[in-house]
Design a binder for this molecule. Structure first.
Ligand code: HEC
Ligand code: HEC
Ligand code: HEC
Ligand code: HEC
Length: 426
């Protein structure tokens, strides 16, 4: 055997052994081991955090929410790290990056203005300046604790308040009240302040780790109810958080976000289903959002706390050290970046195909070659293809939270595109 070939063979055998060891290490028995040793993540753990219960400061806001500056004397480390979310200020235009979106979102606000998200310290500024029209106050739902408080005080009628009128009452970007109510003094107890979470999930809120649910008040798929434009989640349990089940839910009452004039299709716009995607992934049994986005740090005088700067785990040493407790010997940054590249490349491919499908449907819609009944059939297939594409595209981790689900969404979208083009005779 030539040396080169032999080396190749040895390499392949070694890779096989490594793969067996790696996969074996993650067999379900091992996951339980991780679960039992959940407290052992990283150099500092939740168990090192020892906050006493303290009396809440008086609220200085107009609506009675205790704001960040009210808490600053008691929790300077948390207020300062939350303020550091200001550093995440980079925005890209998705429409420039992925021009096929203009076609797909045609007739909807996102075809005019669609920039990437940035840190929590920019929510009010960004909602005020977006070029997407917002008639109602409901788009303040995920931007500020003052709106959650307004809903809690006055009920769902505030969702249809004129936007400008409600905006004038808003005082803070996402802040303490959003995740803790006025109860942060109770050692940082987490409180669901967004009423629709309790309404949609009922007793099932208890099946989700609070440090996941607190983010899941906003990092989710949601819709506005047709009657009173109330913000609502399209499911009642974790099991029903799949893109398939959510689509079936929307179909069950004929819900759509917009009707596209060119194609005549009644379409859905997915939002940012981070919680749904994460909860169906490999980490959900063991980890919560804070584990990977809120590093545990120590102040100079020895106080251990969760940094409230929500960072990428790939850009933070403490968080990368957490990964290493399970992903021993893996270059995590490289592993995740490769995975993201694969997903992003597939998104571009499927997105372009979807735009072609959109063009073909618009053409058929305009030239009357198909009966209305046949057109309706294709429109339904298009609605589904668009939904599965979007569910993956708008999820902010680019596959890192759950590459299996991302691939499943793109596969389904592709199948539907092929079927739709066939029905159009393409
Ligand atoms: C976006 C949600 C969110 C916001 C906003 C937020 N927190 Fe937290 N906070 C959390 C989470 C998640 C934890 C971790 C809880 C856990 O793991 O048990 C936490 C933990 C805490 C703790 C317990 C100590 C620790 O670090 O684990 C305190 C105290 C606290 N937060 C105070 C505040 C204050 C004061 C503000 C406003 C300046 C604030 N939080 C804003 C989500 C939030
Ligand atoms: C009240 C709603 C709300 C809650 C609760 C919330 N977020 Fe956000 N989050 C947003 C919004 C809105 C943005 C985009 C802000 C902008 O671009 O102006 C955002 C942005 C982010 C970003 C930056 C995204 C980027 O592309 O740079 C991260 C990271 C993030 N959130 C993580 C979390 C985590 C982790 C939690 C829970 C501890 C959480 N968020 C809780 C609404 C929320
Ligand atoms: C196992 C670790 C892990 C858990 C748990 C996790 N994430 Fe992530 N998240 C990641 C990684 C890795 C990325 C990609 C970061 C990057 O591209 O730099 C990411 C990206 C994001 C982003 C995009 C912003 C950014 O920094 O790129 C948001 C928003 C986000 N996660 C929110 C959440 C929410 C909400 C939860 C809980 C429902 C959650 N994450 C749970 C690892 C995790
Ligand atoms: C408690 C143990 C544990 C920790 C901590 C952990 N992981 Fe994982 N991770 C796993 C397991 C188990 C799998 C599934 C492996 C498999 O199925 O082959 C996994 C799989 C993954 C995958 C592939 C998932 C997919 O959907 O393709 C990525 C990416 C990943 N982890 C990133 C991270 C990052 C980044 C961190 C740290 C921020 C981290 N993990 C921390 C246990 C962990």
């Amino acid at each position: 055997m030539e040396t080169k070939k032999l080396l190749k063979w040895i390499g392949a055998a070694a890779a096989l052994v490594l793969a067996v060891v790696f996969l074996g290490g993650f067999a379900s028995g091992e996951l339980k081991y991780f679960l039992k040793n959940r407290g052992a993540l990283g150099p500092l753990t939740r168990d090192d955090i020892a906050y006493e219960t303290i009396e809440a400061p008086a609220a200085t806001s107009k609506d009675g929410t205790i704001n960040a500056s009210d808490w600053a004397a008691a929790y300077p480390e948390i207020v300062a790290t939350m303020g550091a979310n200001k550093e995440n200020s980079y925005v890209t235009s998705y429409l420039e990056q992925d021009p096929y979106l203009v076609n797909i979102y045609e007739g909807y606000g996102f075809a005019k203005d669609y920039g990437s998200a940035r840190g929590h310290e920019y929510t009010l500024e960004d909602v005020a300046k977006t070029q997407r029209p917002h008639a109602n106050a409901n788009c303040l739902t995920c931007k500020t604790p003052n709106f959650a408080k307004l809903v809690n005080d006055r009920g769902v009628s505030v969702y249809t308040m004129p936007f400008d009128e409600a905006m004038a009452l808003m005082e803070e970007n996402i802040s303490c009240y959003t995740c803790h109510g006025n109860d942060a003094g109770n050692a940082g107890a987490l409180v669901v302040t967004h009423s629709y979470v309790n309404k949609a999930l009922g007793d099932n809120v208890a099946t989700i780790d609070p440090a996941t649910l607190s983010c899941g008040q906003c990092h989710i798929e949601y819709y506005f109810t047709p009657e009173d434009k109330e913000t609502m989640m399209p499911y009642h349990s974790v099991e029903a958080m799949t893109p398939e089940a959510i689509l079936a839910y929307y179909d069950s009452f004929g819900f759509y976000d917009w009707e596209q004039e060119s194609t005549g299709a009644k379409l859905l716009k997915a939002q940012h289903p981070e919680m749904e995607t994460f909860l169906q992934g490999k980490h959900a049994a063991v980890l919560n959002c804070a584990d990977c986005h809120m590093p545990i740090e120590r102040t100079e005088d020895g106080k251990v706390y969760h940094s409230h700067e929500l960072v990428s785990p790939l850009e933070n040493e403490e968080l990368l050290a957490n990964c290493a407790t399970c992903h021993e010997d893996t270059d995590m940054v490289n592993m995740v970046r490769r995975l993201q590249e694969r997903i992003t490349a597939r998104e571009t491919e499927v997105g372009n195909k979807l735009a072609e499908f959109n063009d073909a449907l618009a053409e058929a819609n305009a030239n009357g070659t198909l009966s209305e009944e046949d057109l309706e059939k294709v429109r339904k297939v298009y609605r589904e293809a668009q939904w599965f594409f979007d569910f993956c595209y708008v999820e902010n981790s680019e596959g890192a939270h759950n590459s299996e689900l991302a691939n499943r969404c793109l596969d389904t979208a592709e199948e539907k595109i092929v079927l739709g083009m066939e029905l159009l005779g393409r």
